[in-house]
Design a binder for this molecule. Sequence first.
Ligand code: SAM
Length: 344
Amino acid sequence: MSTQMSSHNCFLHGQAQSIDEVNPEFETLLDYLKRRRDCDLTSYKRPGLMRRFQNRMQQLKIDTYQKYLQHLQCHSDEHLALLNDVLINFTGFFRDRNAWIYLATEVIPRIIASQRSHEVVRVWSAGCASGPEIYSVLILLSEVLGVEFCLQRVQCYATDADADALQRAQRATYSDLETTSIPPQLLEKYFEQTEQGYVFHRELRNLVTFEQHNLIKDAPLSDIDLLICRNVLMYFTPEAQEVILSRFHHSLKNIGFLFLGQAELVMNDRQMFSLIDFKQKIYTKEPELEDDSPIISKAHWQQVAHQLQGQDAFWQTIFESSSCDPLADLLTKLATEIKDTALQ
Ligand SMILES: C[S@@+](CC[C@H](N)C(=O)[O-])C[C@H]1O[C@@H](n2cnc3c(N)ncnc32)[C@H](O)[C@@H]1O
């Protein structure tokens, strides 16, 4: 891929970098990593990438890209340590809580309404880091649809380029600190407390297939109902974002949803996705013409939403646990508003 940035932006936040900002020494370094270490970082935005290279170089007390290139040439495993700094694994359960509430009230009912009775709900967390994202979805689905439904009708895929993060995701064991964002009732219901930490529900965990997968070079999964790729695309150049988004478009079923991070926004110039909620950055796929999937009417999915919310388990849990939750007031207010408007 060219190291020069295209002026065509796929993301509002992905400002194109001017050619003047290209640093030849840095590009030589990237070229070496790509050709000699099979480590292609050319699709990442330069300012952030350079900062992370510099972090690594500081640890090694190396002050120029040229010297770091020599270091890479002499140490065949150095690129692995560098990757640890480049692939930022920061994550959390129910990160951006309001978006998850929206998912529970608006998106999951629509997915269920669009399904034929024998169909499986397929969820893909792309760039899953150490796993909280895919386990958050499973908790939501279980609260909204019931654990039994999930065990019979849900398939999950969690992928990341970082093998270490994937191993942590598979272990599904989290510290006190990592689980503070989970309402206590959900923590008690879906995790087992062990000496090593809180371990996620074994049967639900078995619904997840973990796979090392690079969004830039590996073939995408297919027939996905809900594709969660949060806080990943923002690290890529506009060109790379566009390639990934076009693959995501093919990945999704025709009534499929794309859930991005709060700072990520698709420019709709290729009509691949429609924004259904600006604040929560949730999109639906613009259907391909040859599709014969049933069109769901608003009345139909509202009816399903009503039936699902009849269980009220999700809301009860959130409300009851909210007294211990610093986000309680905001959450309760927003949850009530969303629930009311969803049923109007
Ligand atoms: C900031 S974390 C986001 C984790 C999670 N999605 C969330 O929002 O909490 C970014 C993740 O993207 C992964 N990542 C970076 N480049 C990737 C690539 N080319 N293919 C797949 N995953 C990648 C990183 O390894 C990291 O785990």
